[in-house]
Design a protein around this ligand. Structure first.
Ligand code: C2E
Ligand code: CA
Ligand code: CA
Length: 482
């Protein structure tokens, strides 16, 4: 904040000088009727000088070091190594993962103690001139000497001493190193961006070290590409829908499907895992969910035309919480009217995440239900408090998350948890869908359980519309009797 204010002040000073200069020139021109070249060059040089001084001053304000460590900052790192060739240096970044947790327990007065402790440890690896604090409790080492990540893990091995003699706190450290073979192709700024990505990845898993290599660069490039092209893909109608059949266990009939989005990009299929999270972060998910919703209506419309639409056939579409919050109910109604579809053939899949925002979401789900559309809970897993929320949200079908499904080699505890969950849901009179069933063994495992519908590669992968319809035609001619 302080730095922002100083920068703003400097900008104001600079701008006012500029105005004064221009006014002086105008006055000079009006009074003397000509501009003296010497005065103009003088003013011009003075302006450049002023600009550079202010820039230096403003940059200086960015160099506010942590008073307890006095480590140099990210700005100093970039300016110290403006001309350094990266292959001649070793770089690594270190993040103290539980720093905030310790401060929460010990209080802010402990910042001083913990920072000094971290500093002492880092100084065992390299000297002060090679350590930078690039972010809160994130440090960057840049040195021509060798630095091994094992050494860093070793110096952070022992817990630190708290206020009292018996209080000790481990410092959970995450270390990011940079593979030698990519240094030639990178600038320091790129390295720092990749370090952020690497820490983000470490944040989502239990490992404590990560090496930035070409595959991470490829991932980042790919992600940037998708980020840059998704909007256009929606406009160019490259986002399409696939359908994964759902089989009713008791009579082995296909009684529905889940609509799954696919991006058809230059004749290749981009999986939702590559773009749904981007769409959620940017709000484009609303468009994508509507495309999927419309895709399911189009399929139902075709099935109706071809006399393949049975009374119990139902298609579910995934709606993100963002979509639910932004949906226009009249829009859904007019789409149902447009394709002339009875809403009893439609359901919306929502996820457990949404139950957290219960007060906000409940009225929206109620509106959707008044249209005649039903609600399914997707990705349902054991150990969540949402069991009680199911009846409140008006959910009539629950799809058990495939992370809960026991996989080979079957483990008795996992099987017991899965069976317990199925039996519990059965007592609530809910339709139970088990997804991710891949093999005969897995199918046999649930054969005698009160699971109603099965979805998974064992039945079929998600299919394009025409293939899905062909499959239904074939089944009609040759019903599945095994
Ligand atoms: P989901 O809703 O849990 O969908 C099930 C995912 O499991 C699908 O992945 C499906 O292809 C995959 N799957 C089905 N059977 C099996 C199996 O036997 N084994 C394995 N390993 N996987 C199986 P997909 O199509 O890649 O979609 C991934 C996720 O992306 C979906 O998970 C859903 O959360 C999201 N998604 C897809 N389309 C949309 C959409 O139109 N809107 C929204 N909001 N999310 C969507
Ligand atoms: Ca789903
Ligand atoms: Ca799911």
């Amino acid at each position: 904040m302080k730095q922002l204010k100083v920068n703003r002040l400097l900008t104001v000073i600079f701008a006012s000088f500029l105005v004064v200069m221009i006014v002086l020139r105008v006055v000079e021109f009006v009074l003397i009727k000509e501009l003296s070249i010497v005065v103009n060059i003088g003013l011009f040089v003075y302006l450049i000088y002023l600009f550079r001084t202010l820039r230096r001053l403003s940059a200086h304000t960015a160099v506010l070091r942590n008073p307890y460590t006095q480590f140099k900052t990210k700005y100093e790192l970039l300016s110290d190594h403006k001309k350094t060739r990266l292959p001649t240096h070793n770089m690594c970044a270190i993040h103290i993962d539980n720093y905030q947790d310790i401060i929460e327990v010990c209080g802010v007065s402990f910042v001083n103690v913990i920072d000094k402790n971290i500093k002492d440890r880092l100084l065992k690896i390299v000297d002060m001139t090679h350590i930078y604090e690039i972010n809160d409790h994130t440090y960057f080492i840049m040195t021509s000497n060798t630095v091994e990540k094992e050494d860093i893990l070793t110096v952070f091995e022992l817990p630190m001493q708290g206020h009292k003699e018996n209080d000790t706190y481990p410092l959970n450290v995450k270390v990011v190193t940079i593979s030698d073979d990519i240094k030639e192709s990178l600038e320091l700024r790129n390295v720092l961006d990749l370090v952020d990505v690497a820490f983000y990845k470490l944040n989502n898993n239990k490992q404590s070290t990560f090496t930035i290599d070409q595959s991470l660069i490829n991932d980042v490039n790919e992600e940037n590409y998708y980020k840059g092209h998704l909007q256009q893909a929606i406009q160019k109608k490259e986002i399409t829908t696939y359908f994964q059949p759902k089989l009713r266990k008791k009579d082995k009939i296909i009684v529905g499907a889940e609509t799954l989005s696919r991006w058809l990009e230059n004749e290749r299929i981009v999986a939702p895992s590559k773009y749904i999270y981007i769409a959620e972060a940017t709000g484009m998910i609303v468009d994508i969910d509507i495309i999927s919703f419309e895709g399911s209506l189009q399929l139902l419309h075709t099935l109706k035309e071809q006399d393949l639409l049975t009374d119990h056939f139902k298609i579910s579409t995934n709606f993100s919480p963002i979509t639910l919050k932004n949906i226009n109910i009249e829009d859904l109604q007019s789409k149902l009217d447009l394709y002339d579809i009875n809403p009893s053939h439609i359901s919306i899949e929502i996820t457990e995440r949404l139950a957290m925002d219960y007060d906000h979401i409940k009225p929206i789900l109620d509106e959707i239900k008044t249209l005649g559309i039903s609600i399914e809970m997707d990705d349902f897993s054991a150990g969540h408090a949402s069991l009680s929320v199911l009846p409140l949200l008006g959910v009539d079908t629950v799809k058990i998350d495939y992370s809960v499904f026991p996989r080979k080699p079957f483990n008795q505890d996992e099987i017991a948890i899965y069976k317990g969950l199925v039996n519990l849901l059965d007592k609530l009179n809910l339709t139970i869908v088990s997804e991710g069933i891949e093999t005969t063994d897995e199918y046999l495992l649930i054969h005698d359980l009160p699971v109603d519908l099965i979805q998974g590669y064992y039945i079929s992968k998600p299919l394009p519309k025409t293939t899905f319809i062909d499959m239904l035609h074939n089944l009609e001619k040759h019903p599945n009797t095994d």
